[in-house]
Write a protein that binds this ligand. Structure first.
Ligand SMILES: O=C([O-])CC(=O)C(=O)O
Ligand SMILES: [Mg+2]
Length: 229
């Protein structure tokens, strides 16, 4: 897969198995991140455009040029049912690359949302549509359509490597990328983790302390923690 030269659109990509994507969609970002071994998180400056936004889908990746949303329109043609567009930029840009018109177009193609290391606008309309978007900025300043980028090449978006077809999960806690080969395994680990958390929740609810639940009293005593009146 070509990566270094701009102006490439890969039209045949391998997507994660839809049943693994469906399984992952049941979990929050924190659970998926822990289940994966604490890797794959995007930087926390990416925020949901509205509070209840959440998404889970397979990545159609885009490498944008600053202040230019041309490649988002090129990407729209590559979207299949269940995809999430993940857009990185060749250098930092907080212009409003995306709004309700593009959201309407993405949705019509089966798109489930957008993650963009750039700005977006029309957030009231995006909320009304419930089209989930995670972005680094909200910015009314628009963009042009003048320079080539690429679609469906591996990108680094907000510090995370994303390959076309990888699974992207996003909610109020952040955005995490699951490599498509690991999707089944991570979904299973996430389910085990949730089951474990449910039993812990029960014990916390009953008043038990983390000090006992996690066996922390011994190590604290060994380090010499003293209780004084
Ligand atoms: O048109 C644009 O360039 C971005 C936008 O506001 C929209 O998609 O609605
Ligand atoms: Mg608009």
């Amino acid at each position: 897969m070509e990566h270094t030269r701009l102006g490439v659109v890969h039209t045949a990509i391998t997507r994660a198995d839809p049943k693994d994507v469906a399984a992952l969609s049941a979990f929050g970002v924190a659970t998926v991140h822990e289940a994966m071994g604490r890797v794959g998180l995007m930087r926390p400056y990416l925020r949901p455009a509205y509070t209840r936004a959440r998404l889970c889908g397979t990545a159609v990746t885009v490498l944008l040029q600053p202040g230019d949303n041309w490649m988002l329109h090129v990407a729209a043609e590559q979207i299949e049912e269940g995809d999430v567009v993940v857009a990185a930029c060749t250098t930092e840009s907080e212009d409003g690359f995306f709004g309700e018109l593009l959201a309407t177009s993405f949705r019509a193609r089966g798109g489930r949302g957008l993650v963009i290391d750039g700005g977006v606008r029309d957030v009231s309309e995006l909320e009304e549509m419930d089209f989930p978007v995670f972005a680094r900025a909200v910015n009314a300043k628009g963009t042009v359509k003048a320079t080539l980028g690429s679609v469906n090449v591996p990108v680094v978006c907000a510090n995370a490597l994303v390959r076309p077809g990888d699974v992207v999960v996003a909610d109020r806690d952040g955005v995490v990328v699951v490599p498509r080969e690991r999707a089944a395994e991570v979904a299973e680990a996430a389910a085990r983790r949730e089951a474990g958390e449910e039993s812990k929740r029960e014990r916390f609810r009953a008043g038990e302390l983390g000090l006992d639940l996690y066996g922390m009293r011994g190590p604290l005593a060994e380090l010499g923690l003293r209780y004084e009146d």
